[in-house]
Write a new protein. Sequence first.
Length: 231
Amino acid sequence: MYNQKVRDLVYLSMLMAIIIVLAFVPNIGLFRIGPISFTIVHIPVIIATIYLNRRIGVLTGAIFGISTLIVAYTQVMETPFTTDFLFRNPAISVAPRMLFPYVTALFYDNLRKHLKNDYLNVFITSIFGSFIHSILVLSILFFEFMNVLYLEKAQYLVVNTERIMVPFFNTEIEINFITDALKFIGFVFLTSSIAEAIISGILATAVIFALRKLNQKLGDQEELLNQINKK
């Protein structure tokens, strides 16, 4: 039991280090194409949640969120060409990253009661966790995007209370304040979120079962050593 706790602590430390590296090193954990950002930083959080437990998942989620907050202040320019500067708000950068692993853990515990194949359990839960992460972040991002004062601070040109003009791919496009904001969020969800979910399902499942196999092998070795010492 003691050795298992030590191994779990080592795995946790590795996952936390991976999160920090992915978050802070440009173009490793965050890929940007125009105004759309793709991230894989949430995958170690999903792995920690499923392989360890929900409390560890929330902890790694908090590290993910705080790292994002720091990056938004230190590496992101405040321009209308991206929405990344909005992550300077902890309600967007930190809160959803702490909440989604908790919801993911609840889903996984529930799914195991109905589905016996644990490979499918982990794969489905990893996809679900990625979607929950995207939904939570994008939902809060939408309301922040709709804040006129924040848009003015971000140097968006407010024409009147109903319509605005924003530079988008270097083109002045007139957009309806509410409907086109929803279209933008929907576009982000249909592009980055689906890709992130598929990648999460594949990578998280592979890593979790690799860790389980390694853990079982180490446990078998310890048991063998204990039997030898007893003799």
